[in-house]
Write a protein that binds this ligand. Structure first.
Ligand code: PA5
Length: 433
């Protein structure tokens, strides 16, 4: 299997500086893996090798039913309960997935709600559904998050009105905690098909559980291969030696740059399909590290698009940014620049050049400019964008995030700050308990 490759040559970080963290990393690796008090939610560490075929088959069977029953599949969830699925689906399907004709796509259109409280956003989707057939997957670990709960109430009613209570039950799929939460109670009462989110896996680390896998399977993506990629990564990055573990090297490099006052990291791609990988990654690192007045601020950009909006700041603004590029070496398709007799656009110098080649040169030129401008660049490369490489990349980022937060000295598995806005909102809305 092709590996995820880490390249630190554009960071001005010497190997010797990385290796100074060797002892600390070994200790933290042990701490994560041994989880001696059993209190750290690190189930995701061993999930790829321990997930069983029974569960994978259940997810696949269920996704087949959903595909047969629906033209539109609605994923209800927020934060870790939808970003991973969306990231994988966007990365591995057509850039125009939802716009494709049904017979070409062969799977339902997918829409995401419950990730905001905008009435227009929800009303527009209801209008779009019209007379078409729908299934819903509501995903919430706590089962009490306001945004998805509101959307679920609305779409449950829509389904019950559209199909009647009994048929609606067959079209509602729940992914939640095994024991607690309002959603669990409701699912039991109504008899909805339910998938369990393991107790020891937090929201932002849950993409390889049914949280991510069910929507991903509905999109026609091979979930076995994703797990295979993640399994490969689990074995590969189970090495406590910093010398050989690129995943831990990335975690250390981030901390070294942070020590050098680079407190903003921008995850950059040159493939628009990876936009939601950036969104997922932002949540993973932001919620894991941003606490105790510490942490790198995670941001993301789509290049070359954002070079025409953010490029100026990155090149010449405050020097507190570094970039991490997710570089896909081979595109899945290609186009060639053809000669044009008039050459009014002055592009004939590119004749016979492939777009993939031009895109790669844009990346090289940008790295050179940004590095010269004082913006270190970390390069994370995958050969091709497919199920296996994405499975690896997901595991790579999850583990590097846990390690990076641990080096920083914060708890990478909690998010106490997220509660603050909720408390205020509930008070303003007059919630009693
Ligand atoms: O990473 C996390 O734990 C959070 O971002 C949650 O995923 C998010 O708040 C949604 O929570 P829940 O799945 O409980 O609705």
């Amino acid at each position: 299997m092709n590996n995820v490759k880490l390249d630190l040559q554009y960071t001005q970080i010497e190997d010797s500086e990385i290796l100074k963290y060797g002892k600390q990393v070994k200790k933290l690796h042990d701490k994560l893996h041994k989880n001696t008090n059993g209190k750290m939610p690190v189930g995701w560490l061993t999930l790829p090798c321990s997930i069983n075929d029974e569960l994978l088959n259940d997810i696949k069977d269920c996704s087949e039913k959903i595909k047969k029953m629906s033209e539109i599949f609605i994923v209800i969830g927020i934060g870790g309960s939808y970003l991973g699925a969306r990231a994988v689906i966007d990365s591995l399907t057509s850039n125009y997935y939802n716009e494709l004709a049904g017979e070409t796509r062969k799977t339902p259109q997918i829409f995401y709600v419950g990730n905001n409280i905008s009435p227009d956003y929800i009303s527009d989707l209801i209008e779009l559904i019209g007379t078409r057939d729908v299934c819903v997957n509501v995903i919430s670990k706590s089962g009490t998050t306001t945004e998805p709960a509101i959307s679920f109430r609305i779409f449950r009613e829509l389904l019950e009105n559209k199909y009647g209570i009994e048929e609606a039950k067959k079209r509602i799929f729940v992914t939640t905690d095994s024991k607690k939460g309002a959603l669990k109670i409701l699912a039991e009462q109504q008899g909805y098909k339910t998938f369990i989110i393991p107790e020891d896996i937090g929201g932002r680390y849950s993409v390889l559980t049914p949280v991510g896998l069910l929507p991903v399977a509905v999109a026609g993506i091979n979930i076995d291969k994703i797990i295979e990629g993640a399994r490969f990564a689990q074995e590969k990055y189970n090495d406590d030696s910093l010398k050989y573990n690129d995943c831990y090297k990335y975690a250390v490099a981030r901390n070294i740059l942070y020590e050098r006052e680079k407190n903003i990291e921008m995850l950059v791609n040159y493939e628009p399909k990876l936009h939601y990988i950036g969104e997922w990654w932002k949540q993973l690192f932001g919620e894991s590290e941003g606490k105790d007045d510490k942490g790198i601020f995670p941001s993301a950009a789509d290049f070359t698009t954002d070079l025409h909006s953010m490029g100026q700041y990155i090149q010449e603004g405050r020097k507190n940014i570094f970039e991490t590029i997710v570089n896909v070496k081979q595109s899945n398709s290609d186009l060639e620049i053809k000669p044009d007799e008039d050459n009014l656009d002055k592009l004939n110098y590119l004749v016979s050049k492939k777009l993939s080649y031009i895109n790669a040169k844009a990346m090289e030129g940008t790295i050179k400019a940004h590095v010269e401008g004082g913006v270190p660049n970390i390069l994370i490369s995958i050969e091709k964008l497919n199920e296996e490489t994405l499975g690896q990349l997901i595991y790579f980022f999850e583990l590097s995030c846990a390690m990076s937060g641990s080096i920083l000295g914060v708890n990478p598995f909690d998010q106490p700050g997220v509660e603050k806005y909720k408390k205020n909102m509930f008070e303003l809305l007059g919630k009693n308990s």
